[in-house]
Design a protein around this ligand. Structure first.
Ligand code: FEO
Ligand code: CA
Ligand code: CA
Length: 652
C-alpha cells in the first residue's frame, strides 16, 4: 500500500542448511527454507475431497542440497527505467494480466461480470476478485500436484480504493458502500489453467473462494478468549468477523496459506479517551485515521467497541484445499502491522516464522514452534502454530544480534509492568518489544531465505529516521532521512531457531546518479529504491519489488527512478538487474511461480494511484487504464503471468 496516510560472499554453511528436497529424485526441486510450491501440494491432503495428493516426504537436510547453481543466475537483458502505462518485461518474455479486480472468482452459480462503471453490488463483489492484489502463492493442483499448467492461486486483497470502487466515488457514503468495500477486502482462491499459452481462471471451480472483512474466523493461541479480545458480539473472544489489510503472505510446509493483517488501525475511529494501549498502536481521537467504515458499521468505532481493534493485526492461517475450512487467527505469532510471514524449517523440523512489521521504528520478529512438523498435510499440523516462542530482534553495532523472547514472566514482561499473562504480551507485542529494547527498524516489509540460510528483510524507507524527536541512526538503520531503503540480512547461529545471529546489509538501495552520498546507495547494477516485496525462487534468485510511494515518486531522491518495478539479484555476487517495470501509479507486490519456474506470477497493485485525494473515480483514470485499455473503465489491480516465449524458467 502506498503509505501516505555491502554484499558479502555467502559462507559455506552446509551443516546448517534447512534446504530440503523432495525425495522423488526425478523432481529434485529445491525448497527454500524447507518449503515451496512442490512440497505444499505434495503434503496437502485434499480435505473435503477425501483424497490425498501423492505423499512425498521431505527428506532430511541433504548436505549439498543447498548448493547454489554454479551457472549464471541472471540470464536476461535488463529493462530501462520507464514511465509508461504498461508492464514492461525483457526481450523474449511475455506478461499476461490475469484475474483483475472485479472478475468472477468462479463460485458455483455466481458469475456476475465486472461492470466498468463500478455499479456491481456488494453481493456481487463477494463473488468477484477483491481490490488491491498483494501477497500471492501458486498451489499445485489438487488433482495433479505435478502439473505446471494447472493450479490454485491464492492471493490477498490489501485494501479498497473507495474512489474507484463505487460509481460516484465517495460523493455519497452509506452502509452498502461500506459493505462493498468490506467485500473487496480479504483473500481470493482461484483455480487456473494454462491453455494455448494463456492462463485462464477455471469457472466454476470447487476450490474457488472469497474470504472478506466479515468472514467468520477462529482465534487460537494465547489471546484466544482473553478479556482484551471480548466484545459485545463475541463474549467469548474466540470468533472474529473478517480479516483486514491483508498485505504480505506466507506458505507453510503443510500446505496452508498465511495472510497477514497490516494497517488494520486505518479502519477504526478512536474515542475521546484513548488508552495508552490504543495510542501506541496509532488510534487517534475523533476522526478515523483512514476509512469511514465506522460511520455505518459501529464495530469499527473503537469508542463503542474498544476491544475490536485488538482482534486484528494477526497472522491468519487458511487451508486453500478445503474451501469450507474456517480461517484461524494464530495469536502465538504476535500482533503487529504484519507485512508477511515466511517459514524456514530447522533440522529438527521445527517451523520458524519470520515476520516484519511495516511501520516506522517497529520491529522484526520470529516465532519458533515447540513441536516438529508432522507429515500428512494440514490436519496433523492444525495446532503447530499455537505452541512455541515468539522473539523480537535486536541488531547490535558489532554485526551480531539477539532474539529476545517475548515470554510472559521473563525480564520486564510481568504483571507489574502491564502484562498480566502471555495473552496480553501478544496483544501488546509492540509494548513488550519496547520494554525489551528491541531495535526500531526502518519499516520492515517482506522477508525471505536464501540457499545458504541468510534471511533477507526489506527495510523500505523511513524519512523520519534522525529527525527531531525521532530515533537516531543506528548500525542496522544507518541513514537519516532514509528515502531509499535497505535490504538487511542475518544468519541465525546454529540453525534457524538460534537465539543469536550475525548480520549485514545486502544492499543500501539508491540511485548512483544521486548527488547526495547517502542517497546513492551501493547497488551493484540497476538503480532502485524502496524495496518491499522479496522472493527467492527455486534457483536461488532473489527477486526485489519496489514500492516508492505515489506521493514521493518522481520527486526528490526518487526523481530519476520512474515507475515501480521488479529486479533480480544474484546473492552470490550482489549483482542486481531490473527485470520489469509496472504501469503508472502502481506498486509491484507478491511473487510465486509454477514448480518448474516456467510461469512467474506477480501482482500489480493500485495502478492509477495519484498523490491527490482518492475519492474521485476520475482521478486514477487520468494516469492509467491498465490492464484493460478501456478509456471508459477503471484501472484495476491484477495478477501478471510472466513466461519466456521459448519456454524455460523465468529469469534464466
Ligand atoms: Fe502493505 Fe507494507 O505493504
Ligand atoms: Ca508491502
Ligand atoms: Ca510498501
Amino acid at each position: 500500500m502506498a503509505k501516505d496516510f555491502d554484499t558479502m560472499e555467502d559462507s559455506n554453511r552446509s551443516a546448517n542448511l534447512s534446504i530440503h528436497e523432495v525425495s522423488d529424485p526425478a523432481r529434485r526441486v529445491f525448497l527454500r527454507g524447507g518449503l515451496g510450491a512442490v512440497t505444499t501440494g505434495l503434503l496437502a491432503p485434499l480435505a473435503g475431497l477425501g483424497a490425498a495428493v501423492g505423499v512425498a516426504t521431505v527428506s532430511g537436510c541433504a548436505t549439498g542440497a543447498g548448493a547454489m547453481d554454479t551457472g549464471p543466475l541472471l540470464g536476461f537483458k535488463s529493462v530501462p527505467v520507464a514511465t509508461s502505462d504498461a508492464v514492461v518485461v525483457p526481450e523474449g518474455y511475455t506478461a499476461q494480466p490475469l484475474a483483475p479486480w472485479g472478475d468472477p472468482v468462479g463460485l458455483s452459480g455466481e458469475n456476475a461480470a465486472f461492470k466498468w462503471d463500478a455499479s456491481n453490488t456488494a453481493a456481487e463483489q463477494e463473488t468477484q476478485m477483491g481490490m488491491h492484489h498483494d501477497g500471492i502463492h501458486f498451489y499445485p493442483h489438487p488433482l495433479d500436484a505435478k502439473s505446471n499448467t494447472m493450479g490454485l492461486l491464492v492471493m490477498n486483497h490489501e485494501y479498497a480504493d473507495d474512489g474507484l470502487l463505487h460509481t460516484d466515488g465517495m460523493k455519497t457514503w452509506n452502509a452498502q458502500k461500506v459493505r462493498k468495500a468490506q467485500a473487496a477486502h480479504g483473500v481470493s482462491v482461484i483455480e487456473i489453467e494454462l491453455k494455448n499459452n494463456r492462463w485462464e481462471v477455471v469457472r466454476p471451480s470447487p476450490w474457488a473462494r472469497r474470504i472478506t472483512a466479515y468472514t467468520p474466523m477462529e482465534v487460537s493461541g494465547p489471546a484466544a478468549g482473553h478479556a482484551m479480545m471480548r466484545t459485545a458480539a463475541d463474549a467469548n473472544g474466540r470468533r472474529v468477523l473478517g480479516t483486514l489489510n491483508n498485505c504480505g503472505s506466507g506458505i507453510t510446509p503443510w500446505g496452508t496459506y498465511l495472510t497477514c493483517e497490516e494497517n488494520f488501525i486505518f479502519y477504526f475511529r478512536g474515542g475521546q479517551q484513548l488508552s495508552d494501549h490504543h495510542r501506541r498502536w496509532g488510534l487517534r481521537s475523533g476522526e478515523p485515521v483512514g476509512y469511514r467504515w465506522a460511520e455505518h458499521d459501529a464495530r469499527f468505532n473503537a469508542e463503542l467497541h474498544p476491544n475490536e481493534p485488538n482482534r486484528f493485526g494477526w497472522v491468519v492461517e487458511i487451508d486453500p484445499y478445503n474451501p469450507s475450512s474456517t480461517p484461524i487467527k494464530r495469536t502465538s505469532l504476535g500482533r503487529a502491522a504484519h507485512e508477511g510471514a515466511t517459514i524456514a524449517v530447522t533440522r529438527a523440523k521445527r517451523a520458524v516464522v519470520y515476520m516484519g512489521e511495516d511501520a516506522r521504528f517497529e520491529y522484526i520478529y520470529k516465532f519458533v514452534t515447540r513441536d516438529a512438523i508432522k507429515p500428512g498435510g494440514a490436519q496433523p499440523n492444525a495446532e503447530l502454530l499455537d505452541h512455541g516462542t515468539l522473539y523480537v530482534a535486536r541488531f547490535d553495532a558489532n554485526g551480531k544480534g539477539q532474539w529476545l523472547p517475548l515470554v510472559h514472566g521473563q525480564g520486564p514482561l510481568t504483571a507489574a509492568s502491564g502484562f498480566a499473562d502471555q495473552g496480553e504480551v501478544v496483544i501488546k507485542t509492540r509494548q513488550a518489544s519496547d520494554a525489551l529494547g528491541a531495535t526500531k527498524m526502518d519499516r520492515p516489509e517482506w522477508i525471505d531465505v536464501d540457499k545458504q540460510g541468510w534471511v533477507y528483510c526489506t527495510l523500505t524507507n523511513n524519512s523520519n529516521r534522525g529527525q527531531a524527536n525521532m530515533p537516531a541512526v543506528d548500525a542496522a538503520n544507518p541513514r537519516a532521512n532514509n528515502t531509499m531503503g535497505n535490504i538487511i540480512r542475518w544468519k541465525d547461529t546454529g540453525d534457524f531457531d538460534g537465539l543469536t545471529f550475525e548480520w549485514n546489509h545486502f544492499v543500501l538501495a539508491g540511485d548512483p546518479a544521486n548527488e547526495r552520498a547517502d542517497a546513492k546507495g551501493n547497488v551493484k547494477g540497476d538503480a532502485f529504491a524502496c524495496p518491499d516485496g522479496l522472493w527467492t525462487d527455486y534457483r536461488g534468485v532473489l527477486w526485489i519489488q519496489t514500492d516508492m510511494s505515489t506521493s514521493a515518486m518522481g520527486r526528490g531522491d526518487l526523481a530519476r527512478l520512474g515507475n515501480n518495478g521488479m529486479l533480480a539479484a544474484d546473492v552470490r555476487t550482489g549483482e542486481i538487474r531490473r527485470f520489469l517495470t509496472g504501469p503508472n501509479g502502481c506498486e509491484i507486490t507478491g511473487a510465486t511461480s509454477t514448480p518448474d519456474g516456467s510461469t512467474m506470477f506477480i501482482n500489480i497493485q493500485h495502478p492509477g494511484e495519484s498523490p491527490s485525494e482518492r475519492s474521485n473515480p476520475d482521478e486514477p483514470r487520468r494516469i492509467s487504464n491498465w490492464p484493460d485499455a478501456n478509456p471508459a473503465g477503471r484501472p484495476r489491480s491484477a495478477t501478471v503471468a510472466i513466461r519466456r516465449t521459448g519456454g524455460g524458467p523465468v529469469g534464466t
